[in-house]
Design a protein around this ligand. Sequence first.
Ligand SMILES: [Cu+2]
Length: 486
Amino acid sequence: MLPTMFSRRQVLSTGLGLGGATLLSACTTTRPRATTPITAPPTPSLGTPAVQATLRVGVDRVDLGGVTATTWLYGGVLPGKEIRAKAGDVLAVRVENTLPVETSVHWHGIRLHNAADGVPGLTQDPIGPGGSFTYTFRAPDPGSYFFHPHSGVQIDRGLYAPLIIDDPAEPGGYDAEWVLLLDDWTDGVGTSPDDILAEFKAQNGTISKGMSHDMSGMRGMGSSPLGDVGDIRYPHYLINGRIPTAPRTLTAKPGHTVRVRIINAAADTLFRVALGGHVMTVTHTDGYPVQPVETRALYVAQGERVDVLVSLADGVFPLVAAAEGKTGQGLILVRTGSGGAPAATVRPAELDTDPLLLAALTPSETARLQEQQPDQVEQVTLNGQMQPYAWGMNGTVFGSDTPIRTTNGSRVRLQMANETMMAHPMHIHGHTWSLPGNGGLRKDTVLVLPMQTVTADLQADNPGTWAYHCHNIYHAEIGMMTSLQY
Ligand SMILES: [Cu+2]
């Protein structure tokens, strides 16, 4: 089967709207300057690692299920091989870069020491072509995490893998565990991620502080009750590296309870997830336990993770991750009995049953951060628009930003006001927020809806220079990033 080719115009929704030329003359380019990071605290002495791994980063060919693509992979497979440890373990991961360009690895959601956070320019020098770097860090908290580069838009190639931290004290109570990586895919079959970014940059967009007047929307794309949720139409959407016409199959016995860890590794796509014929019980988000709640569908934004328990019926069922506001979906099959496989385009009725937003969950008692009045309140605005393409924070772009400074031991409150028509999954490194509006729900990635303000507290107990950005990777790369420093 030949790969489906998509033209640039089809891939980039921004190509479908206003011609940029008439707008460009009025715009000037903001010239980024380097943000000077504070000196990272010294790497702590961590002792002998309990888990050691080697991660070869390279150019490889991958079979997405009849569609093959040349792309960049961890260890030659998609998704990359899972790394698993126990809470409190020290991990040592040697990264060998065989790419023609620099790379880095960020351990998304892990409350690790700053020097291992994997952000070139803030916490380390990039790993050059032919170079290597060993990340040694303790993973203090159990949960579902993942790792990916923090270099350009490399996450929009095949560079991502799960990082699962088990809780030795957890009773379990399930028969099996599945890890699902959701992704949007263009590399090697459509416009390359770097070319997409170049097209966005060529629009020379600037952002202004204040409300967006961008009403362009995603013309020709579906609509979402959440508002705008992405800029790019992808040729494919994947679950665990497969397109829906050649899905992977997960097998279990009827009546078994399965823990499903769902990780959104996509660059530009928010997914709406449901398992046909089943109710899901949500137990964790971003690693932390929540008060269990049943739902038939849920939203997972880029960088978010959610764990659900499912009691399986007898038969063959589609687990679908529909690309929200776009056309297309990822699919994986759940098989506990006989029956034919559903079509690639199957749309379980559960998808249209009021999907749960993960930020609306309630934390379990054990997950709560002790309540405390903030020592410092920071107003943060999210700014920008799709046309001409520009995204930023506090009225400016990364490089021209003013880092948020605090002191060790402070309770910091961030009031994130989204002044755009787009939902932004905001991510903080090295910490997990407590959301006072949701009883102290713990999250490191929170979806801030259009024109919504989200209050997020954190305890400054992990000194360093910490990236704080939108996890739409194109938004982050165009400038929607700043840092927290202490
Ligand atoms: Cu964003």
